[in-house]
Design a protein around this ligand. Structure first.
Ligand SMILES: Cc1cc2nc3c(=O)[nH]c(=O)nc-3n(C[C@H](O)[C@H](O)[C@H](O)COP(=O)(O)OP(=O)(O)OC[C@H]3O[C@@H](n4cnc5c(N)ncnc54)[C@H](O)[C@@H]3O)c2cc1C
Length: 320
């Protein structure tokens, strides 16, 4: 990597839709920017991305490659690496990288996304993102009218009811140790959702398509797609020494990082953008979040520079 000793206005940790959009806003604002990206966006397991107007069906990695190419003309530096820690200095921060020399920055934008915690079901991970799904807006159209199974979780009744908009052939696999309330049962019956009381032991299928699930008694139940609710966690190792912490999301979906409406976290100078600040975000929302945070960080830097210049002006006037 070039620019070993360079101090950037902003180091962005994470080059997904959020990080690259923040970089675009800042690059176009003539800020010096480094994007550090470990190259594992949350939706990488999916072959296609949906609900991004004008890019429907595009491979998620292609979108990011196009974004990186656009940033070149604004002088944004991008390095394929992982931020391993960050430290406060008198003028900002240093950021340590796994394979490259540390860099300095006046501000940090953390846009590292989320890690999905999949249920421990044999064979499930191989199908994650294509025919093992969680989000009807991402993949519902692709499995419309198919036989869809729902894995039991705190969200499974909600998911089952939602997916009835896409298919009338829905089966909820209820774990034997979990009771459903009478209202849930009535709603599921009214919407035609079948219920099977069984634990799922394995997902059966070959590359690219599931054939069904194997229940704990060995029965194989044919399905076209399976819906799960992954937990999510954030990885804050890139800023570990700065004291930023993750919170439990009020909706019970897992972790997120709290920030104000502009994206400023509780650690001065560290801003957050994208899905790690709001796990509900889809790609276009993460991109919008990155744009907003990039603009807010530029405004914050301009404020700081204006204060510096005003102080200098006053000194000059006082010396006259
Ligand atoms: C299976 C699946 C399918 C999905 N399909 C869709 C869809 O069709 N349409 C849609 O709109 N949304 C979809 N989503 C949601 C989508 O993945 C997120 O909205 C989007 O990825 C959020 O973007 P982001 O920039 O916040 O984070 P990410 O895209 O996750 O990018 C974060 C980047 O930061 C990097 N990073 C993390 N830590 C570090 C570090 N310490 N140092 C350097 N780099 C780091 C990661 O490697 C990654 O490259 C899907 C999600 C899943 C799980």
């Amino acid at each position: 990597m070039e620019n070993q000793a360079k101090t950037y206005d902003v180091v962005i940790i994470g080059g997904g839709a959020a990080g690259l959009s923040a970089a675009q806003a800042l690059g176009r604002a003539r800020r010096s920017v480094l994007v550090v990206d470990a190259g594992e966006p949350r939706n990488a397991p999916a072959d296609a991305m949906h609900n991004y107007l004008s890019r429907d069906g595009m491979n998620p990695l292609e979108l990011l490659a196009a974004g990186r190419a656009e940033l070149a003309k604004y002088g944004v530096d991008i390095v394929a690496d992982r931020a391993t820690d960050s430290f406060r200095t008198e003028t900002g921060f240093t950021v340590s990288l796994a394979r490259n020399p540390q860099v300095s920055a006046r501000r940090i934008i953390l846009a590292g996304g989320l890690k999905d915690l999949l249920p421990e079901i044999d064979g499930l991970a191989e199908h994650w993102g294509n025919d093992v799904l969680h989000c009807p807006y991402c993949h519902g159209w692709e499995v419309k009218d198919q036989h869809i199974g729902i894995v039991d979780s705190a969200f499974s009744v909600h998911q089952a009811l939602m997916f009835t908009q896409w298919s009338k052939n829905i089966t909820l696999f209820r774990a034997p140790d979990r009771e459903l309330g009478s209202e849930d049962l009535e709603q599921l019956e009214a919407r035609g959702v079948g219920i099977i009381e069984a634990d799922i032991a394995a997902v059966r299928g070959s590359a690219g398509s599931i054939q069904g699930v194997e229940l704990s008694d060995g029965t194989v139940y044919p399905l076209d797609a399976l819906v799960i609710m992954p937990g999510v966690e954030v990885d804050l190792s890139g800023v570990a020494s700065l004291g930023l912490t993750a919170s439990e999301h009020p909706m019970g979906v897992g972790q997120f990082v709290e920030a104000d409406a502009m994206g400023q976290s509780g650690v001065p100078g560290v801003w957050v953008a994208g899905s790690l600040a709001d796990p509900k975000q889809q790609v276009i929302m993460a991109a919008a979040s990155g744009l907003g945070v990039g603009a807010a960080v530029n405004a914050d830097l301009t404020r700081e520079e204006t204060e510096r210049d005003v102080a200098e002006l006053r000194l000059q006037r006082a010396a006259l």
